[in-house]
Structure formats: C-alpha cells, structure tokens
Design a protein around this ligand. Structure first.
Ligand code: ADP
Ligand code: MG
Length: 255
C-alpha cells in the first residue's frame, strides 16, 4: 500500500441479518483525493461510509486507514477485535458529517465546535476557543459563534457540523448526503465550504446526488448498486461514457 493511500477497503461484506448490504467492495482513496459516491437509494453508500469509521462493524474484509488495520489487530496469525477505547481512537481519525446536522441543541455554535478538542483532546479552553473561532471563520460563520442551533438556518447548522468535524483534525472527512436535508437555496453555501476544503487538499469521501458538483469537484467517482461498486473512474469520463448498463440507467434518471 502506498503512503499516499488514506483509505483502503478490501473485500468488504456487510450483512444486516438476511440483508446483504455490501457484497465485496474494494476501494482505495488517495491522500488529497475527493472521492464522490453515487448510486440509488439502498445501494449501500451510507453503510460503506459507516464501515470506514466503524459506526458499523464489517461482516468480512479489511478496512485500512493510513495503512493501519481498523477494528482488529493481528497477533500470532489470528485477528482479535480491538478494545472499544482503541476503536474510539481510530474513529477519531475520521470526521463525519451527516444529512441531519446532529449538533448539540443546548450548546452554541462555538461550544459545539470545541467540545471534541476540550473533552477528548484535553485542549485548554483558551486554545480550543481560538481554534473554534478560526474554524467558524473558515466556514463563514465567525459572527454567529454564540448562536444556538435553533437560531441558525439549516445551511449554517451544517457548516457548524463541518467545523466541528474539522476541529478533531481528521485524516479524512466523510460526508453522507450533507445537503439532502437543506432547502434548495441553502445547498450552495454548504457545497462551497466542501469545495474550499477540497481545494485546500482535504481527503474526503462524499455521498451526494449533486451530480454537477461531483463533475466539478471530484477526482474519483464511484457508482454503487446493490451493495457493489459497479463502476468507478475519472468523473467527467464516467459521466460522459458510463460503460455499465446500471450506471447508464441511474444517470439517465438524475442528470
Ligand atoms: P444508501 O445509503 O445507498 O441509501 P444504505 O447503506 O443505507 O443505502 O442501505 C443499504 C441496505 O442495507 C439497504 O437494503 C438498507 O435497507 C439496509 N440497511 C441499512 N442499515 C440497516 C440497518 N441498520 N438494519 C437493517 N438493514 C439496514
Ligand atoms: Mg444513505
């Protein structure tokens, strides 16, 4: 595995009871790469993302982050499940942003952003506040640091959620349909923040239905269907000349 690989997925399977949600997924995400995942509802996009940060345990296969096997350690030729504390430490290397913003409702924007650095990283309040204000500035919200989530628009809340994830200095940002819950006029401000992160070299995986954004920002486009990566490649090429019939059928509905 090259040093430039951030995520490497090998033969990932996931069962939810009888549902075979992931059916042998191999995927590599390089450092600084923007990997966009598209595909129909129920194709396994969210599940795949959750397997990267261990919000879901995999049924088979291997997940590596920066070359480190996730969730298991190999001792004496056998694999042992890591302790919860070690899994938490691995999980902190990823920053996840969900469709629903999931902010703490009783904390201000700034308090939401600095919670992780203070509680988990034991950063001093003063240092965390400085970092938090810088990050809120980066997502264009420096003047709204003292507002509570209910006093912010959906787009503003999602930008706070992005700042909060960035505060833990993740190796990769995982965005699961970050604009799907937003009113159409608020989508652009969130996509602009994501684009700015991409241009500044952040490694990211993004599940989205915003095909135009994918064409513009992605380095790597992945099409999933029925638990499999059906087709992947350079976005413009894949969108212009999809080789697989299922990719063509999906694109004809969303483009
Ligand atoms: P997508 O994000 O592409 O819409 P998901 O990853 O959410 O797809 O779901 C993939 C499949 O796994 C679907 O059939 C879904 O119903 C199933 N699934 C996802 N999460 C669970 C769960 N917690 N329990 C049972 N089935 C689930
Ligand atoms: Mg999903």
């Amino acid at each position: 595995m090259s040093d430039d690989t951030v995520v490497s997925l090998e033969g990932i399977h996931k069962f939810f009871g009888p549902v075979h949600a992931l059916r042998g997924v191999d995927l590599t995400i390089a450092r600084g790469e923007v990997c966009v995942v598209i595909g129909p509802s129920g194709s396994g996009k969210s599940t795949l993302m959750c397997c990267i940060n261990q919000l879901e345990t995999i049924s088979a296969g291997r997940v590596y982050l920066n070359g480190e096997l996730q969730g298991y350690e190999e001792r004496g030729g056998r694999f042992h499940v890591l302790a919860e504390r070690q899994i938490d430490a691995q999980r902190r290397k990823t920053g996840m942003v969900f469709q629903q913003f999931n902010l703490f409702p009783h904390k201000t924007a700034l308090q939401n952003v600095i919670e992780g650095p203070v509680q988990v990283k034991r950063m001093s309040r003063a240092a965390a506040k400085k970092l938090g204000l810088e990050l809120l500035d980066r997502v264009g919200l420096n003047d709204l640091a003292d507002r509570y989530p209910a006093q912010l628009s959906g787009g503003q809340q999602q930008r706070v959620a992005i700042a909060r994830a960035l505060a833990m200095e993740p190796e990769i940002m995982l965005f699961d349909e970050p604009t799907s819950a937003l009113d159409p006029e608020l989508v652009g401000e969130v996509l602009d923040v994501i684009k700015d992160l991409a241009q500044n070299g952040m490694t990211m995986m993004l599940v989205t239905h915003e095909i135009g954004f994918a064409r513009e920002v992605a380095d790597h486009l992945v099409f999933m269907d029925q638990g499999c990566v059906v087709e992947e490649g350079e976005p413009r090429e894949l969108l212009a000349n999809p080789r697989n019939g299922r990719t063509r059928a999906f694109l004809s509905k969303v483009l």
